[in-house]
Design a protein around this ligand. Structure first.
Ligand code: PHE
Length: 455
């Protein structure tokens, strides 16, 4: 089986694939706002510490599982803990969670595709800025258009996955990630040149320790967690395509740095523009589909072509960032069906496409005709989002660190992290990394779980 397994070509390819999963909507619509709200540079510092000492060890745990088992996320648990039913059930969790997440992630991906089309047809300069909210409200509550774009987005994603690990995922990531960085730099330069941009920069950089509370730590950790795509079998699956020669400490670190760099650039691309038109910063879909189009239409009053060009680059960035994340989510289920159920890649893609497509339709319709359908008091989209991010992903991350820290043989973990002792620096760091995996990370994840429950 090992011989048939595809693998990524080298270090650059590995980091690009991981970064593709990591860089997504979270970097664009949540991180910039969090920085401003929770203390500027002080928050960034806390975020870096949380990423380095807690999220990265979880990432490495998943890498250890995936690369040592060289199997899909479910199979890995069966390979490494063959007799345990409990670990096997976590294997199912690793497959289920990304399937749920991609179903509604794709709905937002569809919206960004529609907004890219709007930007291309000068849609934002042709409207009155005051109508932007109405346009968005009408768009998401009509049944057909968002459904169509959800299906379109999912179709593009599954097509890339269908092309395979090397010709699909690796190639696409190697082109998209540099492109994403180039595009976000262009928007940042433009945004910083706007009159009044300074206030936005201050909002981001001024360290304000008075805004740092105990909750800030949990928000920072939660965000870095989500941003690195932890707890859902993605890192396990992708790591199973990483060659035994690769240094996984370096690829993990490279991924975390790229992810952070992109998030910081996105902050400087967005907030100065928000402040230059004098509106309140916000986060989530409202930021991307209301606030930014408002800015584009305001700027369009004097510079219609430049503002439309920036709008096109911006929505293309959102779209590509969402695509690279969604392919990583889809690959988890596809790899499972190929290896465990012996389906061809084509059939596996079809099964994953249809099941996540239909589930996503329910999410999409929950903004319109199905808005009355509630699960535990929430519309379908909100319920799936909260349930998977707060409970399933956190449980998955906890399972990964406990598995590596407490269940796996320490020698196997050491061999995996040091390539059998041949990497001298890793051998020196092993004690610290192992401590973080065994004690610090599980405690931090438990703290997040508890705060999700009481919060
Ligand atoms: N990491 C992605 C982001 O920041 C989101 C994501 C989460 C993607 C989990 C895949 C899995 O948007």
């Amino acid at each position: 089986m090992d011989k048939e397994r595809e693998s990524f070509a080298g270090r650059f390819s590995v980091i690009m694939a991981f970064a593709g999963s990591a860089i997504g909507l979270g970097n664009i619509w949540r991180f910039p706002y969090m920085v401003g709200q929770y203390g500027g540079a002080a928050f960034v510092l806390i975020y870096i510490i949380a990423s380095l000492f807690l999220s990265l060890p979880i990432f490495l745990s998943e890498s250890v599982i995936g690369r040592s088992a060289r199997s899909n996320a479910f199979g890995a648990m069966s390979v490494l803990a063959p007799k345990s039913r409990v670990w096997k059930s976590f294997g199912y969790l690793f497959i289920l969670t990304p399937m749920i997440v991609v179903s509604y992630y794709s709905v937002i991906g569809g919206w960004s595709l529609d907004y890219l089309c709007k930007a291309c047809t000068l849609g934002f300069v042709r409207t009155d800025a005051a109508n932007i909210n109405e346009i968005f409200g009408n768009f998401i509550s009509t049944p057909w258009k968002p459904l169509l774009f959800h299906v379109l987005f999912l179709s593009i994603s599954i097509l890339i996955v269908f092309l395979g690990v090397k010709t699909g995922i690796e190639k696409f990531s190697k082109i998209s990630i540099p492109l994403l960085f180039a595009m976000i730099v262009v928007i940042t330069v433009y945004s910083l040149s706007l009159p009044g941009a300074r206030e936005g920069v201050e909002y981001l950089v001024k360290p304000d320790f008075s805004k740092v509370t105990p909750a800030t730590f949990s928000y920072a950790l939660g965000q870095s967690f989500y941003s690195l795509s932890l707890g859902m079998g993605i890192i396990i699956t992708y790591s199973s395509y990483v060659s035994k020669k690769e240094n996984i400490l370096v690829t993990g670190f490279g991924t975390a740095v790229s992810d952070l760099l992109f998030a910081i650039l996105a902050s400087f691309a967005i907030m100065p523009a928000v402040f230059s038109v004098g509106i309140e910063p916000n986060a989530g879909p409202g930021l991307i589909f209301r606030t930014l189009p408002f800015i584009f239409s305001k700027m369009g009053e004097s510079l219609p072509y430049i503002s439309s060009l920036v709008a096109v680059i911006f929505f293309l960035t959102v779209l590509v960032a969402a695509l690279t994340s969604s392919i990583s989510l889809l690959e988890v289920g596809v790899a499972y069906l190929i290896e465990e159920k012996h389906l061809s890649r084509k059939t596996a893609c079809l099964v994953v496409y249809l099941s996540t497509g239909v589930l996503g339709m329910l999410s999409s319709l929950s903004f319109g005709p199905l808005s009355g359908v509630r699960i535990l008091g929430k519309p379908v989209f909100d319920f799936l989002d909260a349930f998977s991010s707060n409970i399933l992903m956190t449980a998955g991350a906890l399972a990964a660190v406990i598995f590596v820290g407490w269940k796996m043989n320490k020698k196997v973990v050491r061999d995996e992290l040091t390539n059998g002792g041949s990497l001298k620096m890793n051998s020196g760091l092993f004690g610290v990394v192992y401590f973080l995996i065994k004690y610090a990370a599980p405690l931090a994840v438990i703290a997040i779980l508890i705060s999700d429950f009481i919060g």
